[in-house]
Design a protein around this ligand. Structure first.
Ligand SMILES: NC(=O)C1=CN([C@@H]2O[C@H](COP(=O)(O)OP(=O)(O)OC[C@H]3O[C@@H](n4cnc5c(N)ncnc54)[C@H](O)[C@@H]3O)[C@@H](O)[C@H]2O)C=CC1
Ligand SMILES: CC(C)c1ccc(C(=O)O)c(O)c1O
Length: 256
């Protein structure tokens, strides 16, 4: 789908080299936005940006770790000089570390592992919000989408406690942002994807995925494009009266 509902917008997507982030960046391009791609993996994000630029889209990219406030501030400065003031922020970068392919039991999780997941999944979203909201407040316009997960409000055996805790915290953070920033014309919403077919799920057994499918009313896993479309909707003029919400993209799985 190509339309222009985001033309004139400047969108920053974190984790834009990964499965869902790359789909989000591409969808915003297709909808007319200029897109800043940020990722800790320089090779992946450079390649993704090159593909979009070759397709004729207006993009810029930066290699940055969302947990590093100073690095993100520098990247945002450079990206907004290249593309214009960033009015739409998609906090998508996230990790879910495993122990030998399985989620770490809480009694084996090290304090360093816990802190690293908090630093990326939660503090990373704070960092970008803190860096970009001054200009949104000044311009009386902004759109923020934070990536949570169904794991933020349900027990999922595939993930560990640090992941679930940070995804729950993202929901509280989003609601607070909506309340505090609404008077300045800024909306903040969260997405809670269910199981989405990305490289991250390659390690999951077919049986485990089938169990989810069997309990999903729409009887399949989701795709990165479906998350991207929901993201674009939540920052478009069609959803301008929606803020402080958590939207599941899960085919009806769990329905908490
Ligand atoms: N795939 C799924 O089934 C679901 C994914 N999610 C969430 O969606 C988001 C994207 O997930 P996927 O695309 O599946 O994962 P992915 O692993 O394919 O992509 C994540 C991207 O974030 C980047 N990244 C990791 N740490 C970073 C850091 N410190 N700074 C900047 N970039 C960093 C990675 O390099 C990677 O490109 C995550 O927040 C994840 O928790 C939520 C629910 C389900
Ligand atoms: C991608 C993350 C780690 C993940 C993995 C699995 C599920 C699930 O079982 O549905 C998730 O919701 C996730 O967020």
């Amino acid at each position: 789908m190509t339309d222009s509902r985001h033309s004139g917008r400047v969108v920053l997507v974190t984790g834009a080299g990964g499965g869902i982030g790359a789909a989000i960046a591409e969808q915003y391009c297709r909808e007319g936005a200029a897109v800043a791609l940020v990722d800790a993996d320089a090779a992946k994000v450079e390649e993704q940006a090159a593909q979009l630029r070759d397709a004729g889209f207006k993009v810029s990219w930066a290699h940055a770790d969302v947990a590093d406030y100073a690095g993100c501030a520098q990247a945002c400065e450079r990206l907004s000089q290249a593309l214009g003031p960033i009015d739409t922020l998609i906090n998508n970068a996230g990790i879910s570390p495993k122990h030998n392919g399985a989620p770490a039991p809480i009694w084996q999780m090290t304090p360093d592992e816990w802190q690293r997941v908090v630093a990326i999944n939660l503090n990373g979203s704070f960092n970008l919000v803190r860096i970009l909201t001054p200009s949104m407040v000044e311009r009386r316009f902004g759109r923020i989408v934070n990536m949570s997960s169904v794991a933020g409000s349900a027990f999922l055996p595939l993930v560990a406690a640090h992941y679930s805790a940070t995804k729950a915290a993202i929901i509280g953070f989003t609601r607070h942002l909506a309340g505090e920033l609404g008077p300045f014309g800024i909306t903040a919403n969260a997405l809670a994807p269910g199981r989405i077919e990305t490289p991250l799920l390659k390690t999951v057994s077919a049986e485990a995925n089938q169990a989810v499918v069997d309990n999903t009313p729409l009887r399949r896993l989701g795709t990165p494009l479906e998350v991207a479309r929901a993201t674009c909707f939540l920052t478009s003029s069609e959803s301008e009266f929606i803020t402080g919400q958590v939207v599941d993209v899960a085919g009806g799985w769990l329905m908490r």
